[in-house]
Design a protein around this ligand. Structure first.
Ligand code: PHE
Length: 332
């Protein structure tokens, strides 16, 4: 036999060890074990040998073939493990070093706005109150002077909850029901704000979300007038936006306030932006909450909180706030 199988095996081991990737290994596999490989050729030569030589030579060829297979399999396993490690490394996300620098998380831009508003009104002597997000029909509508079937109910695309009588339980469509809850439990004078999450069956677009935030304000005291409302909102405008902003009130309609108004602010560039509904608390509402309208009067306002956040930071699409993309939120 002219083929030196030992030498072939030694050379093959060197070539296998030198292969750097799985594609090259597949090629080498063909060369070492395929149709025109040394071992295949050696087996072909067996026919020319004497029967007793043939047996030993055949065993040796099989040993060499098995050894080559083992070398190739070992190398394949190593290369596959390396490839996996490389993928894991490249997809690794170091949460302590996002964007290359060590960063702590911070409050969401809506929460920041919420907290600034609370600070501002607390500084003006208001307390902060909260109420449930799942409300009954009475607090969301009835006590707010929307009789059953009143067309103004259609202004709110209400999401009802399958609980109790049909239509009796809902996701609050505004923070105004918290006014009722505060008046039911606190004796006037009342100076409160009520921030919270509200729900309407709206399709998300640049200016609407089915879940958004409002901040309600309620004042009930003796001899409160529309002038107090206008003065409070103007003071708020200067404090929140700065001295170069002003505000105005435009006539509007809400069942729970009379008279009612829209509150707009004017930006330094002269453009107006609608921010809130407001008005004098309707006597029916005071009465529904157990307060005597002969002795007390009050005003209320309700801001869109998300809109205030957008405005402050010059963001033009409400949906950006809730995509939870850290590259976006990290800017604020
Ligand atoms: N609740 C009203 C709304 O969501 C806003 C509002 C609050 C209006 C308080 C007047 C007084 O549309």
């Amino acid at each position: 036999m002219t083929i030196d199988l030992d030498r072939h095996l030694a050379e093959a081991a060197t070539s296998v060890a030198a292969v750097g990737d799985l594609d090259a290994l597949r090629v080498l596999d063909g060369e070492l074990l395929g149709k025109s490989s040394v071992v295949t050729e050696a087996r072909r030569g067996l026919g020319a040998l004497e029967p007793d030589e043939r047996k030993d030579a055949g065993r040796r060829i099989n040993e060499v073939r098995t050894e080559l297979e083992r070398l190739l399999a070992d190398r394949r396993a190593t290369l596959e493990a390396d490839a996996r490690t490389e993928i894991l490394e490249s997809e690794r996300l170091d949460l302590t070093e996002l964007d290359g620098g060590r960063r702590l998380g911070h409050r969401h831009v809506v929460t920041q706005t919420w907290e600034r508003l609370e600070d501002l009104f607390v500084g003006m002597g208001y307390t902060v109150a909260e109420g449930p997000e799942i409300e009954d029909e009475w607090h969301n509508f009835g006590a707010l002077n929307f009789p059953p079937g009143h067309p103004a109910r259609d202004m709110y695309d209400t999401l009802y909850v399958d609980h109790g009588e049909p239509g009796s339980t809902l996701l609050r469509t505004h923070t105004s029901p918290v006014q009722i809850r505060v008046m039911e439990t606190v004796e006037p004078p009342i100076y409160s704000i009520m921030p919270g999450r509200v729900f309407r069956s709206d399709t998300a677009d640049a200016t609407h979300m089915p879940v958004f935030h409002q901040i309600e304000g309620l004042v009930v005291d003796r001899d409160i007038t529309f002038g107090d409302l206008a003065g409070t909102l103007e003071a708020f405008t200067k404090a929140y936006f700065g001295g170069d902003f002003t505000s105005r009130l435009r006539p509007s309609y809400f069942p729970f306030t009379e008279p009612s108004a829209e509150f707009d602010i004017q930006r330094p560039d002269g453009t107006w932006l609608e921010l809130a509904g407001c008005g004098m608390v309707h006597p029916n509402v005071l009465q529904a909450a157990g307060i005597d309208p002969e002795n007390w009067s009050g005003f209320a306002f309700g801001f869109g909180l998300d809109r205030l956040a957008l405005m402050r930071h010059g963001i033009d699409d409400l949906r950006e706030l809730f995509r939870n993309d850290l590259r976006f939120l990290g800017q604020f």
